[in-house]
Design a binder for this molecule. Structure first.
Ligand code: AP5
Length: 216
């Protein structure tokens, strides 16, 4: 199964992807997680990405497209894309690569949440730098405060979850990323809209219903 999960920052893409990959045995390909790993590893790609990520802007398309197409090729047709494609050139780059490989995305899910909800979600988010699991200090607290439930160690707050950077990420989303859904609609692809402003388990259940229907 090849899936794309779209939505604004803080919509719950990472949270839901962890559950989707567990249930359907897929690989989670998060452009943000891959970039953060490159930064932590001190690679050239990570250094290039740093200033864009810290300001809430987007890393240049040529860097991202090569990075993500490489990851997709390794995932052997079983993946969920999180945070990619995020611009029209990225959507076109993905389309071209899939066409060349004779492949097609099975579903495009779009998580819908209004801007005011997002700020609270992002400023309360805590993440595990080891396994990538995502928590929230109120909505989804870990069993032991500040510690990953999987036993990996301490949770961290992302630098780009500060309020001014969050506002810039939202601006970037509306200016550059929202159009990606329009790109797929114009190509006649159906978009599965999911109301993501409800309980995390309810969102998961709505997504699973849609994906189960596709598998049948
Ligand atoms: P990235 O890591 O992709 O960040 P993002 O898209 O901004 O998304 P987030 O990870 O912030 O949110 P999410 O939707 O995954 O929400 P989550 O599940 O964590 O990108 C970071 C940066 O990298 C970008 O700004 C850019 O610079 C760069 N980048 C990445 N991809 C790029 C690309 N393709 N092109 C160019 N640059 C790129 O949930 C958020 C919080 O809410 C959590 O605490 C969670 O517990 C809580 N929560 C989740 N769901 C619910 C719910 N239903 N109810 C209540 N709380 C909830």
């Amino acid at each position: 199964m090849r899936l794309i999960l779209c939505g604004p920052p803080g919509a719950g893409k990472g949270t839901q992807c962890k559950r989707i990959v567990d249930k359907y045995a897929l690989t989670h390909l998060s452009s943000g997680d891959i970039l953060r790993a490159e930064r932590a590893g001190g690679t050239e790609l990570g250094r290039k990405a740093q200033s864009y990520m810290d300001s809430g802007g987007l890393v240049p398309d040529d860097v991202i497209i090569g990075m993500m197409i490489g990851a997709i090729q390794k995932a052997a047709g079983r993946y969920v894309l999180d945070g990619f494609p995020r611009t029209l050139p990225q959507a076109e780059g993905l389309d071209k690569a899939l066409q060349e490989a004779g492949e097609k995305v099975d579903a495009i899910l779009n998580l819908l949440v209004d801007d005011p909800v997002i700020e609270n979600r992002l400023t309360g988010r805590r993440s595990c730098p080891q396994c990538g699991r995502v928590y929230h200090i109120e909505n989804l607290p870990p069993k032991v405060e500040g510690q990953c439930d999987q036993g990996c160690g301490r949770l961290v707050q992302r630098d780009d979850d500060k309020p001014d950077v969050v506002r810039n990420r939202l601006k970037t989303y509306h200016e550059q990323t929202e159009a990606v859904v329009g790109f797929y609609k114009a190509k006649g692809r159906s978009i599965i809209n999911v109301d993501a402003d409800r309980d995390i388990d309810e969102v998961t259940s709505a997504i699973f219903d849609e994906l189960d229907a596709i598998k049948r």
